[in-house]
Design a binder for this molecule. Structure first.
Ligand SMILES: [Zn+2]
Length: 401
């Protein structure tokens, strides 16, 4: 395997305190690193760098670990911009919401879904995302959900079964039958997913229904995650902590008891500022969660209804501006925090042995990601080889100089 030396890095965030200035982001200046096609082999000062087969000059740029987007609904057909426009204009609008996307997704061919989703994945990757989670949840029938799980597998190893997204129209008069279907036949058809997730909130599934589905997911061998407290607090966070979910996502409305619960758990709070932005909801305080000792992750929640966002940089900027996180904290949450939300120790940092996933910025300091919102500052994305994926078309420019 070829070893590549990346030298002359102005500022390197490793997310490994021991490697850097002992801060959580493990900052090193005048740094260099050596990677092969899969792993980080060496990290340190430029002046002490070992030789390698190939040399790349970062020309003083900042380098950060590849972003880990731990919450997306990337696989869908169609779009719902009229819904967004009406919401922003303060108008009532019933375009069908999720049901409209379900209809379009059910009607789309495999190739159409692949094509539409690959374009979104390309945007995420161009913006520095090197690990992405993708959920099912826009078919809501047995065959359709199994198809989405299968297609999502072509994009990523982090595939989440979300048959319990909403109750589909055809089950409106018998939601119990739908919950049983999800926990039974649909779960069996979607066993190839990595995770099970439920939208546990007002207007979606209540705590008992969510528990039923999550326990079936666990029995199928899936670790768990949960959509919680986006619309209202119905007790979803206590359920997530009780069932040791890897992550509770949204957390827009969180009481003090739940903050304490999360602080004493292995459950990460994943904040989704793109959803708060696109629904004009209040932003939860990341500051409050961090200060209480909760591990905070940031993700795009890319979906056509409430967060059609494919820029991790925007998410970081919003978290800094609106959620009270420092720039370093937001960068950590979008990398190592996301990795923790996926219970991954091989990504989200640049220690020796970690996956060789990194972003070279068009900026001398990583803070520019939040400081210059609205401009892509990603010069290059280096992403370790991932077997079996169809997205080889996307970013891996190697600009040897
Ligand atoms: Zn979501």
């Amino acid at each position: 395997m070829v070893a590549r030396l990346l030298t002359n890095i102005g500022e390197l965030l490793t997310n490994d305190p021991e490697l850097g200035d002992l801060s959580a982001v493990g900052r090193l200046r005048d740094a260099a690193l050596v990677v092969d096609d899969e792993r980080v082999l060496w990290v340190g000062r430029s002046s002490e760098a070992p030789d390698a087969d190939e040399h790349y000059d970062a020309r003083g740029a900042a380098v950060v670990p590849g972003f880990v987007d731990s919450h997306t609904h990337l696989l869908f057909a169609g779009e719902r911009s009229e819904e967004f426009e009406a919401r922003m204009a303060g108008e009532r609008y019933d375009g069908g919401g999720i049901a409209r996307t379900v209809e379009a997704t059910r009607a789309a061919s495999d190739d159409q879904l692949r094509e539409e989703s690959a374009s979104r994945l390309g945007a995420l990757r161009a913006g520095g995302v090197t690990t992405v989670e993708v959920k099912s949840g826009y078919a809501l029938d047995v065959e359709g959900e199994a198809r989405l799980v299968r297609l999502a597998r072509e994009f990523t190893d982090e595939v989440t079964f979300l048959g319990a997204h909403v109750v589909p129209r055809d089950f409106a008069s018998d939601r119990g039958a739908y919950v049983d279907l999800v926990a039974g036949e649909m779960m069996r058809a979607c066993a190839g997913a990595t995770w099970t997730d439920v939208f546990c909130d007002e207007g979606a599934f209540d705590v008992d229904e969510a528990r039923h589905v999550l326990e079936a997911g666990r029995a199928a061998g899936h670790p768990l995650r949960l959509h919680a407290n986006q619309i209202r607090d119905i007790g979803a966070i206590a359920l997530a902590v009780e069932l040791d979910c890897a992550s509770v996502d949204h957390c827009t409305f969180v009481g003090d008891t739940d903050v304490e619960r999360l602080a004493h758990s292995n459950t990460v709070a994943t904040l989704l500022p793109g959803a708060d932005f696109s629904t004009r909801s209040p932003y939860p305080s990341g500051r409050r969660l961090r200060d209480a000792g909760v591990v905070v992750a940031l993700a795009t929640d890319c979906n056509p209804g409430t967060s059609y966002v494919t820029s991790m940089s925007l998410i970081i900027a919003l978290a800094v501006r609106e959620m009270g996180l420092s720039v370093d904290e937001a960068l950590w949450s979008a990398t190592r925090g996301g990795a923790q939300a996926l219970r991954r120790s091989d990504v989200g940092h640049l220690s020796v042995g970690a996956r060789a996933d990194l972003v070279i910025l068009d900026a001398p300091r990583a803070a520019h990601v939040a400081y210059r919102p609205g401009t892509s500052l990603v010069r290059e994305v280096w992403r370790a080889a991932h077997a079996g994926e169809v997205d080889s078309s996307v970013v891996r420019h190697d600009t040897r100089r």
